[in-house]
Ligand binder design. Structure first.
Ligand code: CR1
Length: 852
């Protein structure tokens, strides 16, 4: 690399590309150039969309310099790199994030103003990169941001879906899905790497051959169908550093090879058609959160992605280290984001044994040092199992290898526990039931050196439930915890610029260095008795509520008074997340208010003595095939229709459902919340990450003792969070009781059910399954058990909120609610994804930050 080093020293430090970030003239010159050349337009017909494209191309030019320098620096230092394999990267918009991380926001804003544009309007032009479903995909996006910001060498690998998560429309209260063809216009943040093409095979058969030199038997897989994986790269800028990592997403393309038999048979069109089908592999993201559908195309996606990534990684390794395979685990760590990439374990073993001629044990030793697996759920419907028939047809050689891995593993278990015959059946990677299938989580554990959960409670749960037999086999040390986190660049600085600025001022930190040292928030505690400060804080919250109210108005037509309690629940719609518990409580509130009104109690008296005015704000997508989740969406919308149009109610209660919840909307909703709901049945939400986002933005939480709520409570203090509900340890007993003794529906909830059944929210048949599931089918998610505890938590928290939220003159509100909000934020430092990445780096990947 001596040559590279010479080149490096010659490189000028101040390039014109850098100038566009900080110099108005340089920016404008580049902007005009891109309008005229890249876009082939002129400044006289440059609209906001063209301005977005010209701006992003300008910023991209600068970003690409950092990116190239980083790759060069990383190559020269030749340290260990981590590869984060995730089927989902829920990135959202790139431009504002790039402007912030590159410290170019002010210059860009000023320059655009001079050119006659408004930065905010220009930013609005960018479509969300919505290549994920929910928390799992957004976590991956936060992690790549932290890898860059903390100067690690770390790449993401995923798929470049042409259609992201569907767009949600609400029509007559029902969810309608429409396709998200997000690449309608060219994507300036994507660098197509047409030269990086990796062939990936499917189907075919396996035969045995003999090595002509050694005479050794050898397995050969003759694939039956070949597609090409073509790379698209997305540079990931770090905050306050030049370190710019790469996110590589694969596109499926047909090969140039042609089916000549069909061609000669005169079936030219069919032959081209078959080729075109290759592209379907990366056309659509499966829209399920915490649920596996077991479709063949999904398995194809998984292998396509894993094979391309592994061959890319191995190729890069061989360039520097030839076939010095012993070094492989010193150079490479691969993190499996859930079980979706588990085939990577099998593929690496295949590469080493079949293609590189290593002995089985030597190869397996390398494989298990490289991989680590993160589990994100204990829910059985989300745990992947692939039928042996399907897997063997699609990947015949891989199925053989899986059987061999399992055989050697079970032999080892038998040797260690000769008297425990049952154990073999319990830990086998193959489930013998019909259909016989491969348990991907078990395979991931066997092939990894570390397995982690995503919050303390969850990591304990996996050790005592779904993976307990593996703790016996491998010992406690293989199982660890890394509590999730979020990037404060996007979720504080970008989403909440006013709060970020107030904090920077109070911390005396004009360069916002606290954003990569989030523990420094602690200093905010010093101001918690300063009324002036509390007032300013509350005004920031109020302004954010005004912004959220505008979004609600624009998307639903409903006008919200920004002084009322904004009570928010936004996340995927799922029975375990219990939006139904929330909407039932809203219905109860409505019924009670109506009852009071009918008794002649005045609105003012209701506000003073019974119910403070509030707006319940919902949002989230249901998987298209998830009937119960769609029913919940429908109920929320119907309740909104009735309540919002009830002339007696006024601002006492409003219920809205914001359609098409996504990252960009979350950036507006999160800062504008007073209270957010994280109310899953205890033990079901592995971590949750929106809880962290809301708390970091000065909203309080109502939540169950579940997932990361537990650690948030520990950090911020239990007096600053509203916890309620049955604990995880009681859940099994309660479910058992429901089945054997029946479900007890409390009076309050019974009133809600009667109201729904009376038809005030439309045809009651539509809600029958939802209510019957609770009344007669065991109430699996314990709505009946937690309902009154939820109501009681509300009574308590509404007293603390007081009557005049967002009105800085209310000192009671200031001294209780706002103070709690400040104390929360001051103690949220732990939940930065930077801390997660440091923990993974140290305990799992064994890598260190690069020298800058
Ligand atoms: C969990 O449900 C967690 C994210 C990220 C989800 C959520 O609680 O915050 O993962 N799990 O760790 C999931 O999608 C397939 O499992």
């Amino acid at each position: 690399y001596s040559q590279l080093k010479v080149l490096d020293s010659k490189k000028q430090t101040a390039t014109t590309e850098d100038d566009v970030l900080t110099n108005k003239d340089a920016f404008e010159e580049s902007f005009v150039k891109h309008v005229e050349t890249t876009l082939a337009r002129n400044m006289y017909n440059c609209d906001n969309l063209a301005a977005y494209q010209a701006t992003s191309n300008t910023i991209r030019d600068a970003l690409l310099i950092d990116w190239a320098n980083t790759q060069q620096k990383q190559t020269i230092q030749d340290g260990k790199r981590v590869y984060y394999l995730s089927l989902e990267f829920l990135m959202g918009r790139a431009m504002d994030n790039a402007l912030i991380n590159l410290k170019s926001r002010d210059n860009t804003k000023k320059s655009l103003t001079e050119l006659g544009f408004n930065l905010e309007d220009v930013l609005e032009q960018e479509p969300d990169a919505a290549l994920g479903n929910g928390g799992l995909g957004r976590l991956a996006a936060c992690f790549v941001d932290s890898l860059s910001s903390k100067n690690y060498s770390g790449w993401g690998y995923g798929l470049n879906y042409q259609y992201g998560i569907f767009k949600q429309k609400i029509v007559d209260g029902y969810q309608i899905e429409t396709p998200d063809y997000w690449l309608k216009y060219s994507n300036p943040w994507e660098i197509m790497r047409s030269e990086i093409q990796i062939p990936v095979d499917f189907y075919g058969y396996v035969y045995e051959d003999h090595d002509p030199n050694t005479g050794k038997a050898k397995k050969i897989w003759a694939g039956g169908e070949r597609v090409l994986a073509v790379a698209a790269d997305f540079p990931i800028p770090g905050f306050n550093t030049d370190n710019t990592n790469n996110l590589r997403l694969w596109n499926a393309k047909p090969t140039e090879e042609f089916d000549f038999t069909k061609f000669n048979a005169g079936d030219y069109q069919q032959s081209v058609g078959a080729q075109q089908r290759a592209e379907s592999i990366t056309s659509v993201l499966y829209p399920n959160d915490n649920f596996e559908s077991g479709k063949e195309l999904r398995l194809k996606q998984q292998y396509f992605w894993v094979a391309a990534s592994l061959h890319d990684i191995v190729r890069r390794f061989k360039k520097n280290h030839k076939n010095n395979w012993k070094k492989f685990p010193d150079q490479i760590a691969i993190q499996l984001n859930d079980t979706h990439p588990t085939l990577a374990i099998v593929e690496l073993q295949r590469i080493l044994v079949d293609l590189e001629d290593l002995e089985w044990n030597e190869a397996w030793n390398i494989v298990t040092k490289v991989f680590a697996y993160t589990n994100h759920t204990v829910m059985s419907e989300a745990l992947e199992k692939w039928p042996v028939d399907l897997l063997g047809r699609l990947l015949p050689r891989h199925l053989e290898i899986i059987y061999d891995i399992n055989f050697f593993f079970l032999k080892e278990v038998e040797r260690k526990f000769p008297d425990d015959r049952d154990l073999l059946g319990k830990v086998s990677v193959i489930e013998e039931n019909a259909p016989k299938s491969v348990k991907m989580a078990f395979l991931a554990i066997v092939g990894s050196h570390k397995v982690n959960g995503v919050a303390e409670l969850h990591s304990e749960l996996i050790k005592t439930t779904i993976f307990k037999d593996f703790v016996k086999v491998f010992g406690e040390d293989k199982f660890t915890n890394v509590t999730n986190g979020i990037t404060p660049r996007r979720w504080l600085r970008q989403a909440n610029p006013e709060l970020a600025a107030l904090i920077a001022e109070k911390l005396n930190d004009p360069n916002y260095e606290y954003l990569t040292n989030l523990g420094r928030l602690k200093k905010l505690e010093e101001f918690v008795n300063d009324d002036e400060f509390l007032k300013r804080w509350d005004i920031v919250k109020f302004n954010n509520k005004v912004r959220l109210a505008a979004l609600v108005k624009e998307t639903t037509g409903v006008v919200l008074d920004p002084t009322v309690l904004f009570d928010v629940q936004v996340k995927r719609i799922h029975e375990y997340k219990r939006q139904q518990l929330n909407i039932f409580a809203v219905i109860y509130r409505y019924l009670k208010i109506k009852e009071l009104l009918s008794q002649g109690v005045s609105v003012d008296e209701i506000k003073e003595k019974y119910y403070i005015p509030k707006a319940s704000i919902f949002g989230g997508k249901a998987a298209p095939g998830y009937y119960m989740a769609k029913t919940i969406i429908h109920l929320i919308n119907k309740v909104g229709d009735i309540v919002n149009n009830d002339p007696e109610i006024g601002d006492l209660l409003k219920v809205v459902f914001i359609p098409d919840y996504n990252v960009s909307k979350a950036e507006i909703i999160t800062p504008g919340s007073d209270l957010s709901n994280h109310i899953s049945t205890a033990g079901t939400e592995a971590s949750g990450t929106s809880n962290m986002k809301f708390a970091l933005n000065g909203g309080l939480i109502i939540g169950t003792v579940d997932g990361a709520n537990v650690e948030i409570t520990r950090e911020i203090g239990e007096e600053n969070i509203f916890l309620f509900g049955n604990l995880a340890e009681s859940v099994e007993d309660l479910r058992h009781k429901h089945i054997y003794e029946g479900v007890h529906i409390p009076q309050t909830l019974a009133q809600v059910f009667s109201a729904i059944e009376s038809g005030i929210f439309g045809n009651p048949d539509e809600y029958k399954a939802l209510i019957d599931g609770i009344k007669y089918h065991g109430d699996y998610y314990l709505v009946s058990d937690d309902f009154e505890l939820f109501l009681a938590a509300h009574v308590k928290l509404e007293k603390v909120f007081g009557h005049h939220g967002g009105d800085a003159s209310d000192t009671d509100h200031l001294h209780k609610w706002v103070k709690s909000a400040v104390l929360s934020v001051a103690n949220m430092g732990f939940f930065s994804s930077d801390r997660c990445i440091d923990e993974y780096a140290e305990d799992i990947w064994n890598i260190e930050p690069l020298n800058q």
